[in-house]
Design a binder for this molecule. Structure first.
Ligand SMILES: Nc1nc2c(c(=O)[nH]1)N[C@H]1C(S)=C(S)[C@@H](COP(=O)(O)O)O[C@H]1N2
Ligand SMILES: [Mo]
Length: 157
């Protein structure tokens, strides 16, 4: 009986510890890259640290005026390549693909995959780490609308 209670006690402690490590539900949940890929990615700090850092200088209009500067992060194309694009049948299937990026507040912006594919536009769209999470940065856009803040999902479609 005591052995049984001891095991139960250990189980409870382990559960408490796990809850403490996981933190409050919702906050700080990892972003994912999924959809039409062969290996969906959890965009953890350690995963992002494994990619080379790229830098871009951008400026974009917002409702609060022009913003910008130098941003450093990982190329979105490098992440898509790591996840492995699922092929689409037909002529140049990949140029029918889009990438839908979602912020924690539900805000969304889409890119054509060809915008970031080096065989087409090859634009240096970046995923940068900011205090409030991952941020998409789309060079060349005049308005900042596609620079999604606190990215939670990148879906290849
Ligand atoms: N998650 C999220 N990202 C967002 C928005 C938003 O409402 N939610 N607004 C966009 C718009 S319309 C602009 S102009 C820029 C503003 O950038 P800022 O937050 O650095 O000022 O963020 C973009 N990213
Ligand atoms: Mo905006």
């Amino acid at each position: 009986m005591t052995r049984h209670r001891q095991a139960l006690r250990r189980l409870c402690l382990a559960a408490l510890l796990l809850a403490a490590i996981a933190g409050p539900a919702g906050a700080g949940d990892e972003a994912v890259l999924d959809g039409a890929v062969t290996r969906p990615l959890a965009l953890s700090t350690s995963l992002l640290d494994g990619f080379p850092e790229s830098g871009i200088d951008i400026s974009f209009a917002t409702s609060k005026g022009v913003e910008g500067g130098r941003y450093r992060g990982v190329l979105l194309w490098a992440l898509v390549e790591q996840a492995g694009l699922a092929p689409l049948p037909g002529k140049n299937g990949a140029i029918r693909r889009t990438v839908l990026v979602t912020g924690r507040d539900g805000y969304q912006a889409a890119l054509a995959l060809a915008e970031i594919d080096p065989h087409y536009e090859g634009k240096a769209v970046l995923l940068a780490r900011e205090a409030d999470g991952l941020r998409l940065l789309v060079p060349g856009d005049r308005h900042g609308g596609r620079n999604v803040r606190d990215v939670v999902r990148i879906e290849v479609r």
